[in-house]
Design a protein around this ligand. Structure first.
Ligand SMILES: *Cc1c(COP(=O)(O)O)cnc(C)c1O
Length: 412
C-alpha cells in the first residue's frame, strides 16, 4: 500500500514507534475499509499539513486585532482569511470560525440568544435530533426546556403541522432545525415563517449539509436562520471543528458567546486549516464533488431499497441515508457488527417509529476517494449479501480490499 508523504517523515517512528504504528495502522484501516459513516470524510493533504503546522503552538485568546497574547500578527491574518472565505462561501454577513466543534457552536448559539430555563423547540432525539438539541445527558437538556417535534410515521418527513402547533402552544424562545439523520432537505422558509409567527429565533444546525450548501448541492439556511451552526469536518471536508454564521446584528453577541463565554484560546492550526478547506470548497471542483456525493447517495439508496432494506423517506436528497435492515432478517446492531467484520464501516441510528435500530450511512468519504455510481451499486449488493448471510464477512472483506485498493484516499 502506498504511504502518504505526511507519515513518511520518520521522526515519529524513531522517537515513538508505538504511536507511529498506531497512526500507520489507522491510515491503513481508513484506506482498506469502506468509510460509510455519514459524518466522516477524508481531508486533503493540504488541510492535514496545516493541522500539523507550527500554528498548533500559538496561544491566541480573543479575535484578530484584539488578542490577549503577543505574537499574533500572523495567526491574525490566518483567522481573517478564514472568516473572509467563510463569509464569501456562504454569503453570510458574519462568520465566527473559533468553535472547537459542532457542539461548541450550538452551545455558543444558545448562549448568544437564550437564558437558562428558556423553551426551545427542536427535532426530538428519537427522531434524529442531536445531543445538543435537548438530551438530558447534555447541557442543552439540563439548562433549557426542550420541546421535541418529530417525523411522520408514514412518510418519515418532518411533520410541519406538528411544528406549527407546538410552536403556537409553547411559544419557544428559539426553534432549532437540523438533524444527525434526516436524509431530506429542510424547508428553511417554513421554519422561518413559524419562528416569525411566534416571535422565536431560528437556529439552523446545519452540521451535516453545510458542505453540500458550499458546493451548491443543497439549499442554504443562511438567508433564513438568525444563526447557522455547522461543523467543518463532515461533507465540507475540512478539519474537525465548528463554525457559526449570522447577520451583523448578532455578530457581537455570537463572538462574545464563543470567547470568552464558552471557550478560551482559539486553536489557530485548526482555524488555518478551516481557511484552507473553505478555499478548496470555493472551487468548481468542489461543486462537482458535492453533486456527485448526492448522486452517489441516491444510487446507493435506490439499490439498498431494491435489495429489500426499508429506506427511510424512500430515498435521499443529501449524502445521508437511513434504513431498517429488518426485512433482511437482522436488526441494526447485528447488521453493523457483521458489516464491520466485512470492512464496511457505518453507524446504527434510532428508528423514530420502529422497534429496533436502523443503519445510517453516507457517501461523503467514498466520493472523495473517487468512487462513483458503479461502485455504489457494488457496495449495495455486497452489503445486502453480507446481511442475508449469502457472503461470509471474510470473503466480503477481500472484495472491499480490492475495491478500496482501486480508490486510495491518499495516493502515494
Ligand atoms: C455532528 C453534529 C453536531 C456536533 O458536532 P461535533 O463536532 O461532533 O460536536 C451537532 N449537530 C448536528 C446536527 C450534527 O450532525
Amino acid at each position: 500500500m502506498s504511504v502518504t508523504p505526511l507519515l513518511e517523515t520518520g521522526v515519529l517512528r524513531r522517537q515513538d514507534p508505538q504511536m507511529a504504528e498506531i497512526l500507520q495502522g489507522e491510515l491503513e484501516r481508513q484506506s482498506t475499509t469502506l468509510q460509510l459513516i455519514a459524518a466522516e470524510n477524508f481531508t486533503s493533504p493540504a488541510v492535514l499539513t496545516t493541522l500539523g503546522s507550527a500554528l498548533a503552538n500559538k496561544y491566541a485568546e480573543g479575535y484578530p486585532g484584539a488578542r490577549h497574547h503577543g505574537g499574533c500578527e500572523l495567526v491574525d491574518v490566518a483567522e481573517r482569511l478564514a472568516v473572509e472565505r467563510a463569509k464569501a462561501l456562504f454569503g453570510a454577513a458574519h462568520a465566527n470560525v473559533q468553535s472547537h466543534s459542532g457542539s461548541s457552536a450550538v452551545l455558543a448559539a444558545y448562549a448568544a440568544l437564550l437564558r437558562p430555563g428558556d423553551t426551545v423547540l427542536a427535532l426530538g432525539l428519537p427522531h434524529g435530533g442531536h445531543l445538543t438539541h435537548g438530551s438530558p445527558a447534555n447541557f442543552s437538556g439540563r439548562w433549557f426546556d426542550f420541546v421535541g417535534y418529530g417525523v411522520d410515521a408514514e412518510t418519515g418527513l418532518i411533520d410541519h403541522d406538528q411544528v406549527r402547533h407546538l410552536a403556537r402552544n409553547h411559544r419557544p424562545k428559539a426553534i432549532v432545525c437540523g438533524s444527525i439523520a434526516y436524509p431530506r432537505h429542510l424547508d428553511y422558509a417554513f421554519f422561518r415563517e413559524v419562528a416569525d409567527e411566534v416571535g422565536a429565533y431560528l437556529i439552523a444546525d446545519a452540521a451535516h449539509p453545510i458542505g453540500l450548501v458550499a458546493g451548491g448541492a443543497a439549499p442554504s439556511p443562511v438567508p433564513y436562520a438568525d444563526v447557522v451552526c455547522a461543523t467543518t469536518h463532515k461533507v465540507l471536508r475540512g478539519p474537525r471543528g465548528g463554525m457559526i454564521l449570522c447577520g451583523s446584528e448578532l455578530a457581537e453577541r455570537v463572538d462574545r458567546a464563543v470567547f470568552p463565554f464558552t471557550q478560551g484560546g482559539a486553536q489557530m492550526h485548526t482555524i488555518a486549516a478551516k481557511a484552507v478547506a473553505f478555499g478548496e470548497a470555493a472551487t468548481p471542483a468542489f461543486g462537482v464533488y458535492a453533486h456527485q456525493v448526492v448522486a452517489n447517495a441516491r444510487v446507493l439508496a435506490r439499490h439498498l431499497a431494491a435489495e429489500g432494506l426499508a429506506v427511510t423517506t424512500g430515498g435521499t436528497d443529501t449524502h445521508l441515508i437511513t434504513a431498517d435492515p429488518a426485512p433482511l432478517g437482522v436488526d441494526g446492531r447485528t447488521a453493523r457488527g457483521r458489516l464491520a467484520a466485512a470492512g464496511i464501516v457505518l453507524d446504527c441510528c434510532v428508528l423514530p417509529h420502529g422497534e429496533g435500530r436502523g443503519l445510517r450511512l453516507g457517501t461523503a468519504a467514498v466520493t472523495t476517494q473517487g468512487m462513483g455510481e458503479p461502485e455504489m451499486v457494488k457496495i449495495a449488493a455486497l452489503l445486502a449479501s453480507v446481511l442475508r448471510g449469502e457472503t461470509e464477512p471474510a470473503g466480503a472483506r477481500e472484495e472491499v480490499r480490492e475495491l478500496t485498493g482501486r480508490f486510495p484516499p491518499y495516493p502515494g
